[in-house]
Design a protein around this ligand. Sequence first.
Ligand code: 5SP
Length: 220
Amino acid sequence: MPFSPILAPSLLAGDHAHLSISAHLAAEAGAPWLHLDIMDGHFVPNLTFGPEVLAALRRAGLKTFFDTHLMLAEPHKYVEAFAKAGANLISIHIEPAYDHRATLARIRELGCQCGIVLNPGTPASAIAPFVDLVDLVLVMTVQPGFGGQPFRADMLPKIREIDGWRQSRGLKFRLEVDGGIDLATAAQCRAAGTDTFVAGTSFFKAPDRAAYARAMAALA
Ligand SMILES: O=C(CO)[C@@H](O)[C@H](O)COP(=O)(O)O
């Protein structure tokens, strides 16, 4: 396994009236990453927040690594705004039509790490041309748009397939899962090769240091 496990709390499941408090709770629990779900009401049937929220979290003192997941029909138009607002890693979906290669290169040029994301219905082969360009591959384990959905165990073969490429070709990307992740489903994903786990609903039920430490011990 090339990377040690990271559990990235998803701010989508935090308190939207007090996002900074929720983000600080995640950091104080020991989470080195915060997952930020950016939804546009087009690519996914929901809306969340924009770059000004990331900038405000930075102004509020958040030093956490911002793992920024753009669920946007036209992500290439927004990568600069998210990089300037404080994103550390920006992930873009493979499904919409735009220049993925140029957008990944632009994310790097802006000083961020870059990631590529697949929806449950998208085969691993769709991202094959990009896996040597990215720092992270995100396999969605729910149809994106809403938190609190059940984990899709039928995504495990896809995770194994992508981890297989990583191992056989010596590729250096993190392999992340997102959707319905709790201790039990994270363990299944870990066994399939995942090293990076987004947890929204399950994390914010008990966002404290002891719970985080238990989760990390289970994934070690
Ligand atoms: O991107 C998404 C949903 O589209 C996720 O990041 C969710 O926020 C994960 O939430 P849970 O499934 O853990 O509640």
